[in-house]
Design a binder for this molecule. Structure first.
Ligand code: C5P
Length: 231
């Protein structure tokens, strides 16, 4: 297990707010997720600033477009030193992303089925299958396309790990310490459970970013994980 598998989601509305949080977290966090909100506010300038400050960046843009566009966008991201980038788990998108990444060290993560989707949402898209079946199909396609890892609910971690084998990078959001507020997340697991079930990295947002002492919140998560791995 990694000594620090925590990726903090910088879900804030400006580069200034994100910078203040990163400063408060100091050396307790070395990996940050920049999602659509902060990307729209601070753009690649802020991403480059994080990287220049020695941080690793997970750019969570969930790309989905025609192959050529995805390929070219991924190739731009690959040049910046971003470590992880998400794309949707449709075969043409994933293949284009792998092409765009080329020989760079950028790792591509596939989003299989959004964890906010239920059976009704799939029916709405015209998919007749169960969510679990679609997740499984897309994980297999991702591995075939040369994708490096999967973003998934911690409740799916065990079954996905069984499909991918040990080499894939498994990243799970939807992680909460027992007793921490769930916010709008419905299906959560504790950090220790997620790691036990095969996650390599945990994305944690509000439990850290809205804590009175964010660095202490990270320390608590790490303690729980290490206690869990000794149990
Ligand atoms: O605050 P919280 O810990 O719930 O934040 C989780 C982060 O992970 C958010 O940035 C959210 O967009 C992201 N995420 C998620 N579920 C997914 C994919 C990403 O919660 N399936």
């Amino acid at each position: 297990m990694k000594t620090n598998p925590v990726i903090v989601a910088l879900d804030v509305e400006s580069a200034g707010d994100a910078r203040a949080l990163v400063t408060r977290l100091g050396s307790s966090v070395s990996f940050y997720k920049v999602g659509m909100e902060l990307y729209a506010a601070g753009g690649m300038d802020f991403v480059r600033e994080l990287i220049a400050g020695g941080k690793d960046v997970f750019l969570d843009l969930k790309l989905y477009d025609i192959g050529e566009t995805v390929k070219r966008a991924v190739s731009q991201v690959a040049r910046t030193g971003v470590r992880f980038l998400t794309v949707h788990g449709s075969s043409a998108v994933m293949r284009a992303a792998v092409e765009g990444r080329g020989r760079s060290p950028l790792k591509l993560l596939a989003v299989t089925v959004l964890t906010s989707f239920d059976q009704q949402d799939l029916a709405d898209l015209g998919y007749p299958c169960a969510t679990g079946e679609l997740v499984e199909l897309r994980v297999r396609k991702a591995m075939q396309a040369g994708i490096d890892g999967i973003v998934a609910s911690p409740l799916e971690a065990r079954s996905i790990r069984a499909l991918t084998g040990p080499r894939a990078i498994l990243v799970t959001p939807g992680v909460r310490s027992a007793g921490a507020g769930k916010g709008d997340q419905k299906r959560v697991a504790t950090p220790a459970e997620a790691i036990r079930d095969g996650a390599d990295y945990l994305v944690i947002g509000r439990q850290v970013t809205r804590a009175a002492d964010p660095a202490a919140a990270v320390a608590q998560v790490l303690d729980e994980i290490h206690a869990g791995s000794r149990a």
